[in-house]
Design a protein around this ligand. Sequence first.
Ligand SMILES: [Zn+2]
Length: 291
Amino acid sequence: MDKNRSPRISGIAVTVGTTTTLLGLLLGLLVHGTGYAGTSTGLPQRDTATAPPAEPKKKRKPVATSISHGVQKPGPGSAGESAEKGEGKGAGRGEGKGAEKSRTPLALTLDDGPDPTWTPKVLDLLRQERVKATFCLIGPNAERNPDLVKRIVAEGHRLCDHSMHHDTGMDQKPVSYQSKEILDAKRMIDKASGGAPLRYYRAPGGAFTPESRKIAAKNGMRPLGWTADSDDWRLPGAETIVGTVRQQVADGARIILMHDGGGDRSETYAALETLIPQLKQDGYAFGFPEA
Ligand SMILES: [Zn+2]
């Protein structure tokens, strides 16, 4: 089976895969017709330390949204629309342009928390660096750490639903299961946050389906992929994490996947301490994925 589905093909699948053709079409347009369909990339893969190692058949094309606005002034250089459609590793896009950077800000996304050890440290660092990020929360983690969820919101970051159990095979399971994974987590996150906006849904490991996108959209959440995969959950060392992200950003990636939960995040934290100032120095600004 082809896991490398493009968003457009998925939109068609919504249309033909349900009996409510008109509804599917409308929802398909809602989900796919609002600007991010052209921004998906060929980047892999899974996004967690809690999952077993990635196997090739699980490789997916995450769906990337474009990025709306930054909290800092955009870097110098031209807008470079194409940079947002970066093909990831090896694309070479954006290299050799010197100080010329896209005006599209970077979106830092942090998955699998909140974690009582690492999320506070990351929040402290983000505050110090005056950078906003998007936190993709696991439902039970949110339920266990409501004060952290509230702190994330109070400090100006955004929330993302990252399901209940981080089942990277949920795209192979019944729609009723997918719905429960998404909506149970939403209820827990909403309760923990006190009803703060929950703008995004990120499928664990990128295991989106047309149906899960539809469920997210019906509940006010935009499917959120990524274009720069730090691979921090593999624990390659902070320097490697920094290098991996900087290379992908240079190649045009704008949505950075890292983890503040799911295990020992000392390498991720150390990487962020270096990475954020370096990216700023390179002329990049930070913002949120478009919602
Ligand atoms: Zn994850």
